[in-house]
Design a protein around this ligand. Sequence first.
Ligand SMILES: Cc1cc2nc3c(=O)[nH]c(=O)nc-3n(C[C@H](O)[C@H](O)[C@H](O)COP(=O)(O)OP(=O)(O)OC[C@H]3O[C@@H](n4cnc5c(N)ncnc54)[C@H](O)[C@@H]3O)c2cc1C
Length: 430
Amino acid sequence: MANRPRVVVVGTGFAGYHCLRTLESLLGPDDADLVAVNPTDYMLYLPLLPEVTAGILDPRRIAVPLRTKLPRTRLVLGSVSDVDVADQKCTVVDIEGRESVLEWDRLVITSGSVTRLLSIPGVAEYAKGFRSIAEAVFLRDHILRQLELAEQSDDPAERAARTTFVVVGAGYTGTELAAQGQLLTREALRRYKGLSEKDVRWLLVDMAPRVLPGLSKRLSGPALRVLRRRGVDVRLQTSVKEVTATCVKLTDDTEIPTRTVAWCVGVRPDPLVESTQLEAVQGRIAVDRKLRTAANQNVFAAGDVAAVPDATRPGEITPMTAQHAQRQGKVAGVNVAASLGHGMMHQYKHHDLGFLVDLAGPSAVADPLHIPISGLPAKAITRGYHLLALPGNRARVLADWAIDLVSTRQFVQLGLVRGTSMEDADQPPM
Ligand SMILES: Cc1cc2nc3c(=O)[nH]c(=O)nc-3n(C[C@H](O)[C@H](O)[C@H](O)COP(=O)(O)OP(=O)(O)OC[C@H]3O[C@@H](n4cnc5c(N)ncnc54)[C@H](O)[C@@H]3O)c2cc1C
């Protein structure tokens, strides 16, 4: 055992999971010890998170169990807090806060990204994050709770505030969340005799001049039309000045009374990058096309945390998407195996295949292979793609989708929001 090289993978999201799957297939049990450090025992399939808030998918469907899918990997539940690149060690803080030191022969950093908070007053305290299963389920509970409280209130101003939902950030996450959220409340309202559809208001706010600003322009127009047709108030070229417990102040000087601000303004690389002291580009770890760092050729990085040269757009780095993270993870696995004498190294190159945005109900926009489509064909492609890309739980996801087609959703709270004050103080941290 002592003679076997140890490969440590930090984070088991898209890149880390696919790296380990590749390593398990390329290396025999005696070739290396595989160790994964991750705070959860599952790989989270983030693109379907809005469907969890909507109540279409059970939260477990998007959690792919690591112990089943990576049988040869030793899972350490915790986070890496520090990496010593020179001495080939890292510090692990386990889920009970205990520190230990883990030595490695090869290190693959795939710790992804975190929500970008921006220094806007009140965001950290009152806005709701949307990046984990806990946050997605919490947000659903919170939305249903607001409908209950609005119905019980005799004060028109309080009713209006509780039935106003603001999503900040019109990238794919915010746009999908606003679309799913609006349909969720529309469906739920049928059970609230004291509220009608016109009482509920959804706003989507972004400082960009179009929705889906990072994606092809040809998706923005159709997505905007779907949202506006459904009554979502889309405010473009508008940002947030302040969030309080009872309102959001926008840069156009409007003040919107609300108890719900969902924060989807984008992500920044995982803060672990700073502790490594490795060279960074735009806050991401600089690697070559073999995904290796210059400072130590035994250190690899992939996914959102890595600045990988984009061979299809010289001078640029690859965008932070699941499409790239998954493929970079596989290349990192191949190259780590090659560095241990098993196979040849690959250079990363991937032509973007386009993007898929689910707008809830029968609506979606997509540009597979850069051909823009919308409506039911886009919806079918979007769901088909997710089903293929999801590394596990496929039958269960399919079953949830089928059930959602033929039956009504369960509009119940799970009791996660316990705060009695106006700001519902018990939210999970962003
Ligand atoms: C709501 C949402 C929807 C999205 N939808 C799409 C979409 O439709 N299409 C698309 O292409 N992209 C989408 N993305 C972006 C996509 O999910 C990311 O680009 C992708 O997850 C990046 O993969 P990754 O492996 O780099 O990081 P992640 O998948 O984020 O995985 C990182 C892992 O590392 C763990 N980790 C973090 N820090 C540490 C540490 N210090 N120690 C140990 N472990 C750590 C995390 O817990 C996590 O498990 C979406 C993102 C979000 C938030």
